[in-house]
Ligand binder design. Structure first.
Ligand code: BEZ
Length: 159
């Protein structure tokens, strides 16, 4: 598992742009920037939709005021689902929705979650990280079922 002090591994996400899906590299996201990245098991799943994303969306301005350049969320879902979720969450202008469709990033950071038994296949664990110029400053991996560790309130104490 990745840890504080490590460099975020190279990977390519997909985002939904005005003209359709487009690749975005970790270099483009993290280089020279202060970034909050949070991850969760699935778009539209209850905790993720009602709690995790709204927390970061509603505090986006406060994070920006503290010098955060980008807030991004990643999930092992395809880009069409992530695009629809960004729309449904009213968060498109505040959070970057990064599709990690084949779990390449989740695997690279060692934070996969096996939800095969629940019919959801390989997913990402729920976590948040503060990343400065590509280096992990804090990592909050959720051990319970809520968002106490990985949610916006805890991250606000770390930025
Ligand atoms: C959730 O509510 O976030 C959730 C539900 C089922 C599987 C994984 C996550």
């Amino acid at each position: 598992m990745i840890k504080a002090g490590d460099r975020v591994p190279n990977a390519t996400f997909t985002v939904m742009g005005a003209d359709g899906p487009k690749p975005v590299t970790t270099d483009e996201i993290f280089k020279g920037k202060k970034v909050i990245l949070f991850a969760l098991p699935g778009a539209f799943t209850p905790t993720c939709h009602r709690n995790h994303v709204p927390g970061f969306r509603d505090q986006a301005a406060a994070f920006k005021a503290k010098g955060v350049d980008t807030i991004a969320v990643t999930s092992v879902n395809d880009v069409f689902v992530m695009g629809a979720w960004a729309d449904a969450s009213n968060a498109k202008d505040k959070i970057e929705f990064l599709a990690d469709g084949s779990a390449a990033f989740a695997k690279a950071v060692g934070l996969t979650l096996d939800l095969e038994a629940r019919g959801m296949g390989l997913r990402s664990r729920r976590y948040s990280m503060l990343v400065e110029d590509g280096v992990v400053k804090t990592l909050n991996v959720e051990e319970g079922t809520g968002t106490e560790a990985s949610g916006a309130d805890n991250m606000m104490k770390q930025v």
